[in-house]
Design a protein around this ligand. Structure first.
Ligand SMILES: [Zn+2]
Length: 180
C-alpha cells in the first residue's frame, strides 16, 4: 500500500463496505457522516485510494465509491478482526454487547495474523459477533447472520433489529464492473 495510513485506509474501506451493503454505493456525504470527517477530505482520500496499486476502490464524482476486489478483501479482513475482537471482549473479558464496538474500533487496526489465529482458537472459530453479525471466515466468505425472530425473544431479553443488508456481500463488485 502507498503512503496513506493503514488505519485510515481500513476505516474508509470498511465504511464503504457497510454503505454499499445498504445503498449499492457509498456517496461522499454518507462516508463523511459515518467517519465524522468533512466531505472535502473524503474526496481527497477516495481519489488516493482509487489510484493505489492495485486500486482499492473506484471513485466517480457525484456517484461516490465502490470497492474493487482488492478493496473488498481489506474491508472483509478488517471486519473479521473487528468482530473477533468483539467476541473476545464479550466472551472472555465480560464486556456487555453494547460496550464492545468502541473498543474493537480502536483495536482492530493493531491485530496481527498470529493474534487473529489465537483468538480464533480461543473462541472456537466463532461465526457471529455479540450482535449477531456474521464474522467473515478465513477465506473471507461471509456466514449468514444469526437472527432471532421478535416473537421468539423471551421477556426481558434484549434484541436489536438486524439489517439483513449488513450480512450479505454487497453488490459493489457488480456495480464496479458496470462502471468500467
Ligand atoms: Zn462493532
Amino acid at each position: 500500500m502507498s503512503d496513506i495510513s493503514t488505519q485510515a485506509t481500513e476505516d474508509y474501506l470498511k465504511a464503504i463496505y457497510e454503505l454499499c451493503a445498504d445503498h449499492d454505493r457509498a456517496s461522499t456525504g454518507r462516508i463523511a457522516d459515518l467517519l465524522g470527517v468533512t466531505p472535502a477530505s473524503v474526496t481527497g482520500m477516495l481519489q488516493k485510494l482509487a489510484e493505489d496499486d492495485p486500486p482499492l476502490l473506484h471513485y466517480r464524482k457525484r456517484r461516490g465509491a465502490v470497492l474493487t476486489p482488492a478493496g473488498m478483501e481489506v474491508a472483509l479482513r478488517t471486519i473479521r478482526q473487528h468482530r473477533l475482537l468483539e467476541r473476545f471482549l464479550h466472551d472472555e473479558l465480560g464486556y456487555s454487547w453494547d460496550e464492545v464496538h468502541e473498543e474493537a474500533e480502536r483495536l482492530e487496526h493493531a491485530i496481527s495474523d498470529e493474534l487473529e489465529e489465537r483468538l480464533v482458537q480461543l473462541l472456537d472459530d466463532p461465526q457471529h459477533d455479540p450482535h449477531g453479525s456474521p464474522i467473515p471466515r478465513r477465506d473471507l466468505s461471509v456466514p449468514r447472520a444469526a437472527t432471532t425472530r421478535l416473537s421468539d425473544l423471551q421477556p426481558g431479553q434484549r434484541g436489536r433489529p438486524s439489517a439483513a443488508s449488513t450480512t450479505a456481500i454487497p453488490s459493489c463488485c457488480a456495480v464496479w464492473r458496470a462502471w468500467d
